[in-house]
Design a protein around this ligand. Structure first.
Ligand code: SIN
Length: 293
């Protein structure tokens, strides 16, 4: 193990890179903690079982994986998502006509907001939140529009032992109502009578890697159960600030026709809307997940 420490900030430990070599894909890490660019894969062509297995492994090892220069149709985007599980339908966001599993991600000079501008984990208000999302950006602004990703394994690992003990067994409410009501009115989407709300563990264990990840986020988590509200607010404020340390992050600079595929169970992300009045546009396919344990 190697350890990076700053005197006053969070401590990070990461295992020396001991992963098996890949045979059918190239995996170029962005940081030791999170993010890798995948090379040698054309998602417009059928993928071998070996390649799909290696992509599963690259995702598990790197939390978010990126592909550049991909020219895929909406049907190929959906089919790529289905290789990893059943597709998730977003409870609120606009989608492409006739394709509820193809969520629109678009901001231009007339937009009032852009998707995902604050740190969050996708749709964590669902009882079974998504396992991952595959974002395909076809049109980029000349500069900006990056997405930041943060490892919630690293955030959990860097907590003090006292804090880990304190959080053990706690659960928190994730409330879609406070996020989604009225959010897409400018895109012509009428509100639903209600939005999902769920109770999840504050620390979850990843079903594939078995590692623990911090699982509260500014976007959806309203409060920790069983604590006075002021204590819950203070603990959540600390955890959000801790989880947003740049030590746990990578930042992806988009190019046209690039794809980001993140594991939503152990990461948070945040989109930068720093490119107004330019346009950034694409689609997202989201894959169903399981109930956090
Ligand atoms: C999101 O899915 O939260 C949006 C991410 C992005 O547009 O970069």
């Amino acid at each position: 193990m190697s350890s990076l420490s700053s005197k006053d900030g969070p401590r990070i430990r990461h295992a020396a890179d001991a992963s098996q070599p890949y045979e059918t894909i190239g995996v170029d890490k962005l940081t030791p903690i999170i993010g890798a660019e995948i090379k040698g894969v054309d998602l417009a062509r059928p993928l071998s079982n070996r390649t799909v297995d290696e992509l599963h492994r690259a995702l598990a090892e790197n939390i978010v994986i990126f592909f550049r220069d991909q020219h895929i149709t909406p049907q190929q985007h959906l089919a790529f998502g289905r290789l990893f599980g059943e597709l998730h339908i977003h409870p609120a966001a606009p989608h492409e006509p006739g394709e509820p599993a193809l969520m629109k991600i678009h901001a231009d000079k007339d937009s009032l907001r852009a998707n995902g501008e604050g740190w969050h984990s996708d749709v964590s208000c669902d009882l079974e939140p998504p396992m991952g999302s595959i974002l395909y950006i076809k049109q980029c602004p000349p500069h900006g529009g990056d997405t930041l990703f943060a490892s919630m394994y690293a955030a959990y690992d860097a907590l003090s032992d006292r804090m880990k003990t304190y959080l053990q067994g706690l659960t928190a409410v994730h409330d879609g109502e406070m996020v989604y009501r009225g959010l897409y009115a400018d895109a012509g989407v009428a509100d639903k009578p209600s939005y999902p709300r769920a109770v999840h563990p504050v620390v979850r264990t990843h079903p594939v890697t078995g590692k623990k990840a911090l699982y509260v986020n500014r976007g959806f988590t309203s409060h920790i159960l069983g604590l006075p509200r002021d204590e819950s607010d203070a603990i959540l404020a600390y955890l959000y600030q801790h989880a947003e340390s740049p030590l746990f992050q990578c930042r992806f600079r988009w190019t046209e026709n690039a794809i980001a595929f993140w594991d939503n169970r152990c990461s948070q992300h945040r989109a930068m809307w720093d490119y107004w009045p330019h346009t950034r546009s694409g689609t997202r396919v989201t894959i169903k997940g399981e109930r956090p344990a």
